[in-house]
Design a protein around this ligand. Structure first.
Ligand SMILES: Cc1ncc(COP(=O)(O)O)c(C=O)c1O
Length: 353
């Protein structure tokens, strides 16, 4: 059985759109895409009058080497949000199929599924935010096509051990695609499971340049998976998913000096995360600071609503996560610069927390 047997039959047989840039590129006179022959104002050689390569080699090559996969095992799109959406559309038949998520977790898995009219089966995380592997496997029905696991999890911050992921990937073989969202993995000691893609054809990994790589505004995210899955996703991607200025920004960030700077900043975030955690734990109105492997802390307060407002009055915006199950008293605070973090602590101290 091929993992593609899990995908929607009509997507497998779909005749994909063939863009002009896919059919021919690199000529001296380009008259095949109805583009303007003139560069726009302020272009400075960026070539924005031309459609970009849908999956540019200049970006695929450094990203494949960063993630330790082959280029055929990599799809790059507009943030991992786009990869989530394309996976749901490729694998879930409207009104028939389902995904599994573990609340409290990142919201877009369920939103993408609902847009597609796929059912969302919830297997809540345990009270310590660990994953109940047996409960998850027990929830798998023939309708389940995708199982999303977020590690480190947003918004709790806790990682799912590699051994759990291996067990789930094995158990789901031939049944469902396991999608491991590693948006925050660069901040964790756990490491990626991307090296397991060659072993499990039903394992897919989401990565992003939005967090550790400082490119949230460029919208560059990736799907790493079996080459057949990637080829399927490329069949349904938009004709030109990646804007030229965003490709250039990502290529610069992944240069040796860009990577060196990013790694320095990751080290600062990891160090600041522990400094902030210790300082927050000492504040009297703080009930608990959840251990985090990511670039944020979920913090339980005696009165989270008032704290949220006080921070806002001081022009500090954090995320109110009280709507999430098990987190009805919590705010999620991203780790900023050391100065920004110190300011948060000052305001909380002034508030008499
Ligand atoms: C767990 C998780 N996955 C994916 C995303 C989306 O990332 P991107 O910017 O790559 O679309 C986020 C954004 O916050 C996230 O927290």
């Amino acid at each position: 059985m091929s993992v593609l047997d899990l995908a929607r039959p009509e997507i497998r047989t779909l005749q994909p759109y063939s863009s002009a840039r896919m059919e021919a590129a690199g000529g001296q006179i380009m008259l095949n895409a109805n583009e303007s022959a003139w560069e726009p104002m302020g272009d400075a050689g960026a070539g924005c009058n031309r459609y970009p390569d849908p999956q540019p080699e200049a970006l695929l090559q450094p990203m494949a080497s960063l993630y330790g996969v082959e280029r055929e095992q990599l799809f790059v799109g507009r943030g991992s949000d786009e990869a989530i959406d394309l996976l749901v559309r490729a694998f879930c038949r409207a009104g028939q199929d389902a995904i599994i998520i573990q609340p409290p977790t990142f919201g877009m898995y369920a939103v993408s599924a609902r847009i597609q009219n796929a059912a969302v089966i919830e297997v809540p995380l345990a009270s310590d935010f660990s994953l109940d592997v047996q409960a998850l496997l027990a929830a798998v029905t023939p309708a389940v096509k995708l199982v999303f696991i977020c590690t480190p999890n947003n918004p709790s911050g806790r990682s799912i051990p590699r051994a759990d992921i291996v067990q789930i990937a094995q158990a789901l073989t031939g049944k469902a695609l396991l999608v491991v969202d590693e948006a925050y993995v660069e901040f964790s000691d756990e490491g990626s499971v991307a090296d397991l893609i060659g072993r499990y054809d039903n394992l897919a990994v989401l990565r992003t340049l939005s967090k550790a790589w400082a490119l949230a505004g460029a919208r560059i995210g990736s799907l790493l998976a079996n080459a057949e899955v990637i080829a399927l996703i490329r069949r349904i991607m938009p004709p030109y998913p990646l804007p030229s200025p965003c490709i250039a920004a990502a290529v610069a960030e992944l240069s040796p000096s860009g990577q060196a700077t990013a790694r320095e900043n990751i080290a600062i975030v990891r160090e600041q995360r522990e400094t902030m955690r210790a300082a927050l734990c000492r504040l009297s109105g703080v009930r608990e600071v959840l251990p985090s492997d990511a670039n944020f802390l979920a913090v339980r307060f005696d009165d989270a609503g008032t704290i949220y407002q006080r921070l806002l009055q001081a022009a500090i915006v954090v995320r109110d996560i009280r709507r999430y199950p098990q987190l009805q008293d919590a705010l999620r605070i991203t780790i900023g610069t050391p100065e920004e973090n110190a300011r948060v602590l000052t305001v909380l101290n002034e508030t008499g927390t």
